[in-house]
Ligand binder design. Structure first.
Ligand code: PGA
Length: 264
């Protein structure tokens, strides 16, 4: 075990948070180069929890690159099981051991392409807490669901199925990322008014699942879906919005920095 392998920077809840989801967009060399640029560009930013979610094999070398820079790491995914014969999976415990403080759970690309269902997402949340990792639960409706007027019900269902009967809650923090599927990687983002509405839906769902206190004190809300340095100011300042989950615009260090600067 590496000496400083568990020194991630625990997220102080209620602070601003910006997560870079690199997905599987870059190869090894490009990922390491981007990590170096992040370190150079982002190390002086204060008062903002910066989190990078690279592909699993890159987490350890990127942690070494970041060194003492206050940039945290997240898994893009986590296993639904604690350990055992699950070929190809990476446990929450291992993520924690290599320095991750977070894991994305239930990203729509996994729901869509890897047939990740609510039951599995629920288990991933449970595993994350058991290992001391803060889950970033992604929820959001597809275009079809939006157009048929089903958005609110979809979000409520996803939250209920993922989070009901999670023993660790309501005592633990959670990050909820509202990511409408139709906004991811499309260049089309949500309207400010719609985001304000969805915040209220999420508040109602989590308050009835646990309590309003839980929502106020333990839940951080992010928006994700075609966020960039031009449209970030449209959303920033919405009550309860703690930050963003950024894909495409995180693949360029300068663009990502421009987003971060506007959150100060
Ligand atoms: P995007 O991706 O910023 O490219 O829309 C966001 C995400 O999938 O987390």
């Amino acid at each position: 075990m590496r000496k400083n392998s568990i020194n991630y920077f625990p997220y102080n809840f209620m602070q601003k948070i910006l997560i870079a989801n690199w997905k599987m967009n870059l190869d090894v060399e490009k990922s390491l180069n981007l990590a170096k640029q992040y370190k150079k560009n982002l190390r002086t930013l204060k008062g903002l929890e910066l989190v990078v979610a690279p592909s699993i094999p890159l987490i350890i070398p990127i942690k070494d690159i970041f060194g003492s820079a206050k940039i945290s790491l997240s898994g893009q995914n986590v296993a639904a099981f604690s350990e055992g014969a699950y070929t190809g999976e990476v446990s929450a415990k291992m993520l924690k051991q290599i320095g991750c403080g977070y894991s994305l759970v239930g990203h729509s690309e996994r729901r869509q392409h890897l047939v990740e269902a609510d039951e599995m997402i629920h288990k991933k949340i449970v595993q994350s807490y058991a290992a001391g990792i803060t889950p970033v639960l992604c929820v959001g409706e597809s275009l079809k669901e939006k157009e048929s007027g089903g958005r609110d019900a979809v979000i409520i269902n996803q939250l209920q199925r993922a989070l009901s009967k999670v023993e660790a809650l309501p005592d633990k923090e959670i990050i909820i990322a509202y990511e409408p599927v139709w906004a991811i990687g499309t260049g089309v983002s949500v309207e400010r008014e719609d985001l304000i509405h969805v915040e209220r839906i999420i508040k109602r769902a989590l308050s009835s699942l646990y309590s309003e206190n839980f929502y106020n004190e333990k839940v951080s809300l992010l928006y994700g879906g075609s966020v960039n340095s031009v449209n970030v100011s449209v959303f920033w300042g919405i009550d309860k919005l703690a930050g963003f989950l950024v894909g495409t615009s995180s693949l360029e260090a300068n663009e990502f920095l421009k987003i971060a600067i506007q959150m100060k």
